[in-house]
Each structure stands twice: as structure tokens, then as C-alpha cells.
Ligand binder design. Structure first.
Ligand SMILES: C[S@@+](CC[C@H](N)C(=O)[O-])C[C@H]1O[C@@H](n2cnc3c(N)ncnc32)[C@H](O)[C@@H]1O
Length: 275
């Protein structure tokens, strides 16, 4: 509230660099997850997409649960002790480094996002265990070489040892014309043998009608949103070996308890190891 009791306009409360008049994926996703870091414009697009896909909030929650299960298994079963997480989003506890450091406190994580609202909250991402390290780089996946040569990344991660590369619900925000497959290939090529790629990607494969409507709501608001088929998502892994159970609906990737209808969350998820 302002001093005269009026509700503040978005422009009055938006941190520097954050445009409250243009919808942003990080803030819409925050809205679905029940966060507070979103503006009216984000909620409007988020609601329109929820109208198209009534299970949208459930889907966002299932995607986050995958982050938890994948991070846990990468550390506990695959021995991964360093992560590069691109398209981090607004901090949502537990964050990746918190899950990993609970198992192996020495784990190091570099987070990357290009949204100024995520930068505003980056401090929360950098509260690390004493033994480990957690850093944030403001950068764009369209320039993978900038990420890979960033001094913060090079100080934090040892690129001669296996890395857990996580691309969770980011690649649908890249148009086919930007060739996201080549961008991901550049990231994969920079990783040593034994590295792991974990990714999730929305798809129209399970319910084309609902997903088409949601895409129309997002693109109508000026956003890029590209659901992809299983075959298109599989290509992001290149020649890396998919770990069990393969590329599956996100809820069905090593679930903690049996899932009745894995296709109720319209995401593909997979984890693969570099030979
Ligand atoms: C839907 S959120 C996913 C957040 C988190 N990975 C998760 O799944 O819980 C997508 C994130 O990708 C970020 N993003 C979108 N385009 C990007 C780009 N070109 N480079 C880096 N980050 C990007 C957005 O700012 C947003 O924070």
C-alpha cells in the first residue's frame, strides 16, 4: 500500500531491471507454484494457460518433484558433486543445491538464468553449505560459450570432472529457429565423460487440444512456447546413454510412490550419461 492507502501499481514495486508490463516465464511459473514474485500481467497469462490446461499447477509441481528426485539420484547414485543448472527460475525451496548438499555437503552448483527477477533473488540461491559452493550467473542459453567461459563458472566447477547439467523446463522457451539442439550440443560437448544431462520438456503428445490452447494463450501474449514430441526431445541427448527408465512422462521418472496416470503432467523427462 502507498501512504495514501492506494494499492501500488506494478511499476512502483518492480525491482530495477524488471518489466512488470511484459509477462515472463519465470514469474508465470512462480505463480503456478504459489509464489509471490509475479505481476498482474503474469497472472493473467498464467490464468489463461490454466484455463486451457486445468492441471497446470499439478504439472508445475510434478516438474519440481522431478528436480528433487533427479538431483538426489545424481548425487547419491551417480556420484555427481557439481551441477550446472541453466534456466534456474525464481528460488523455490528446496533448491537444487540444498537437495544435493543434504546428501553431499561438498557439492558445487552454478545456477544460470537470464531473467532480471531471478537475479534479484540470486542471493537466496547462493546460501551454500560451508563445504560446498553455490553461485549464480546472469546469462542466456543462446550464448552457451559465454556461460562455459564465465569466470564464476570456471572458478566453481572443474570441467575435467563429471558435471550434472540440468535443463529443467527451459528449452520450450527457445524457438526451433534458434536451433536449441545445437545450443544443447555445445553444452554437452564441453562436459567430460561421465557427465549427466537431466532435462524436462513440455509436450503436446498426451493432450494436443489442451496444449494447443495453452500455447495460443502464451504466444498471444508475445511469448515463445514450443511443446515438443518425444522424438524431438530425445534429440537433445545426442549420443548420451539414457539411464533407466528412459525418456518418460515426468511423473513416471523413478517415482517415490506408484503414479496412477503419469501422462496427466504433459512433460517428457530423461536423464542421460556421457559415454
Ligand atoms: C519455467 S522456468 C523453470 C525453472 C526451473 N528450472 C524449474 O523447472 O523449476 C524457466 C526458466 O528459464 C529461464 N529462461 C528462459 N529463457 C532463458 C534463456 N534464454 N537463457 C537462460 N534462462 C532462460 C526463465 O527466466 C525461467 O526462470
Amino acid at each position: 500500500m502507498t501512504q495514501d492507502g492506494e494499492a501500488p501499481t506494478p511499476a512502483e514495486v518492480a525491482p530495477p531491471g524488471v518489466n512488470p508490463n511484459v509477462p515472463h516465464s519465470a514469474r508465470i511459473y512462480d505463480y503456478w507454484l504459489g509464489g509471490k514474485d509475479n505481476f498482474a500481467v503474469d497472472r493473467a497469462v498464467g490464468e489463461a494457460m490454466m484455463k486451457a490446461i486445468p492441471g497446470m499447477r499439478y504439472m508445475a509441481g510434478e516438474n519440481r518433484k522431478f528436480v528433487h528426485r533427479a538431483a538426489r539420484d545424481l548425487v547419491a547414485k551417480e556420484g555427481i558433486r557439481q551441477f550446472l543448472d541453466i534456466g534456474t527460475g525464481i528460488p523455490t525451496r528446496p533448491n537444487l543445491h540444498e537437495i544435493a548438499q543434504q546428501i553431499a555437503p561438498e557439492t558445487r552448483v552454478v545456477y544460470v538464468d537470464n531473467d532480471p527477477i531471478v537475479l534479484v533473488h540470486a542471493r537466496a540461491l547462493m546460501i551454500s553449505s560451508e563445504e560446498g559452493r553455490s553461485e549464480y550467473i546472469s546469462a542466456d542459453i543462446h550464448q552457451p560459450q559465454d556461460i562455459l567461459t564465465d569466470p564464476v563458472l570456471l572458478e566453481t566447477l572443474d570441467l575435467t570432472r563429471p558435471v550434472g547439467l540440468t535443463l529443467i523446463a527451459i528449452l520450450m522457451l527457445l524457438a526451433d529457429e534458434d536451433d536449441p539442439w545445437s545450443l544443447v550440443a555445445q553444452l554437452r560437448d564441453a562436459m567430460p565423460s561421465g557427465s549427466i544431462l537431466a532435462l524436462t520438456h513440455p509436450t503436446a503428445d498426451f493432450n494436443p487440444a489442451e496444449v494447443d490452447q495453452a500455447v495460443a494463450a502464451a504466444t498471444g501474449a508475445g511469448m515463445t512456447l514450443v511443446p515438443r514430441t518425444k522424438e524431438q526431445v530425445a534429440r537433445f541427448f545426442g549420443d548420451w546413454e539414457l539411464l533407466e527408465p528412459g525418456l518418460v512422462p515426468v511423473s513416471g521418472w523413478r517415482p517415490d510412490s506408484p503414479v496412477e496416470n503419469p501422462e496427466a503432467a504433459y512433460y517428457w523427462a530423461g536423464v542421460a550419461r556421457k559415454p
